[in-house]
Design a protein around this ligand. Structure first.
Ligand code: NDP
Length: 450
């Protein structure tokens, strides 16, 4: 596979120390081999070298005042990766772990994910190493305003439309939107995930979690199985995790875990969704408080996890939904899941399983839905928000949820059919990567080498 070695060598040389980006790029490149070998046009047009290089990378300084009046400095990023299919689209992440490599990995994945939705959106991603934890509302607002003071000149309703990701929910989108309007004097759809009162879409909040469960439903239906009556595990306790849990209950399954960066809850009676939503969405406190109201549930701090493991994946389940962050499920976790009878993984988070864990899932031939397919419901519904903004419309819940359901089904069908076309039936990593890539690559070729 000389093109893979050549490309990876070049990336490592030109973009040093971007481990997560190399991981994401290598996974895609390895999957593409049968397509590249069977159709010479991709080599002829040098698509591989072109697609791993972002069209534009914007790095900037953010200065904001804390509550004591002290000027604080963070790094800001917006990586506009690929616009072959439409305006750049992808979230903004606020987390201290953010660096150029993380944003590049997320932006790269976003290209193929957005392509899989079948909607006209290109791939991008952004964020900052700002840590929202422990900050007052006023500090969050000043940070978001300072962030948008630079970002506003790079985005627009037909050029680049960011959304939320880790650390960016409705509150942050509101502060950023307000600042854009203040700076430009324009009220337009430059962000998605907006409040319903001023341009948001119903179902956007629920979309990623609901979508990941719809994707699991489709993978299982293909095998004649259902989620109803089954025990499930979920990691994370943010936007994706909460609405994964909600949809699992709606389908008659029992989600028994959730987690955050400090620990995990195991509630054998099923996670109480009302308590979880109040703790995370209203009070914005640690899930540790869950056991005060549900004494039968167990809370385990990260320090007490088995060494090198994530406690959530030691809990026996039928289906697992990693919904926190990248590389949160390693080889040992995967082995435990399989040993305990797990037959379905649907990734709400981006790249939550390490390459070794993915290998085990594929070898075991369980229903494995990689993030770029399984969590595409969020960005798909963001595009539905853009559509409503452009047409000055507001669709009802059933309409948007119906469209989301169809999009997730089509992503499954497209990935599954492509896996069969290239001789590895049911391998959705392979199917999603090839299907997502082919559409973008063909558009790049048609648009010429510029
Ligand atoms: P939130 O910020 O709402 O929640 C993130 C959750 O993950 C929190 O419970 C957080 O815990 C936990 N978490 C974050 N970092 C770590 C870490 N290093 N170790 C352990 N736990 C961690 O984010 P989202 O729910 O929006 O995003 C979750 C994942 O889903 C991310 O991978 C994101 O890229 C992906 N995703 C999100 C989409 C969306 O629409 N929101 C769309 C597609 C993918 P704590 O609160 O303690 O930090």
């Amino acid at each position: 596979m000389p093109y893979i070695v050549k490309t990876m060598d070049k990336l490592k040389k030109n973009s040093p120390a971007q481990t997560e980006f190399y991981q994401a790029a290598e996974e895609v490149l390895v999957s593409l081999r049968p397509l590249i070998d069977s159709d010479s046009k991709y080599k002829k047009h040098n698509i591989i070298q072109r697609i791993v290089e972002p069209e534009r990378q914007i790095l900037f300084r953010i200065v904001w005042l804390d509550d004591k009046g002290v000027a604080r400095v963070n790094k800001g990023y917006r990586i506009e990766f690929n616009s072959a299919l439409g305006p750049y689209k992808g979230g903004l992440r606020l987390h201290p772990s953010v660096n150029a490599g993380i944003i590049k990995f997320l932006g790269f994945e976003q290209i193929f994910k957005n392509s899989l939705t079948g909607l006209p959106i290109g791939g991008g991603k952004g964020g900052s190493d700002f840590d929202p934890k422990g900050k007052s509302d006023a500090e969050i607002m000043r940070f978001c305003q300072a962030f948008m003071t630079e970002l506003y000149r790079h985005i627009g309703p037909t050029t680049d439309v960011p959304a939320g990701d880790i650390g960016v929910g409705g509150r942050e989108i509101g502060f950023m939107f307000g600042q854009y309007k203040r700076l430009t004097g324009r009220f337009e759809g430059i962000l998605t995930g907006k409040s319903l009162a001023w341009g948001g879409s119903l179902v956007r909040t629920e979309a990623t979690g609901y979508g990941a469960v719809y994707f699991a439903e489709d993978m299982l239906a293909e095998r004649g199985e259902v989620l109803e009556g089954k025990t499930c595990t979920v990691s994370g306790s943010g936007n994706v995790a909460i609405y994964t849990i909600e949809k699992l209950y709606q389908l008659g399954a029992k989600p028994v875990t959730c987690s955050d960066s400090r620990g995990a809850i195991y509630d054998k009676d099923g996670i109480n969704l009302e308590t979880l939503k109040r703790l995370k969405e209203v009070e914005k406190v640690s899930i540790e408080n869950y056991t005060k109201e549900h004494p039968n549930a167990e809370y385990t701090p990260v320090a007490d996890y088995p060494k090198g493991r994530n406690l959530v994946w030691t809990v026996p389940c039928y289906a697992a939904f990693p919904s926190a962050t990248q590389n949160e499920l390693n080889e040992k976790d995967a082995a435990d899941l399989l040993k305990n009878g797990c037959v379905c993984i649907s990734e709400g988070a981006n790249m939550p399983s390490t390459p070794e864990a993915v290998e085990l899932f594929l070898e075991a031939k369980i229903a494995y839905g990689p993030g770029k397919a399984a969590n595409a419901g969020g960005v798909a519904t963001s595009q539905l928000e853009m559509s409503q903004n452009a047409g000055m419309e507001a669709w009802n819940f059933e309409t948007v949820d119906g469209k989301l359901r169809n999009i997730m089904r089509n992503i499954f069908i497209n990935s599954n059919e492509t896996s069969k076309e290239f001789g590895d039936a049911g391998n959705l990593v392979f199917g999603a990567n090839i299907a997502g890539f082919r559409k973008v690559a063909d558009a790049m070729i048609e648009q010429g080498a510029v």
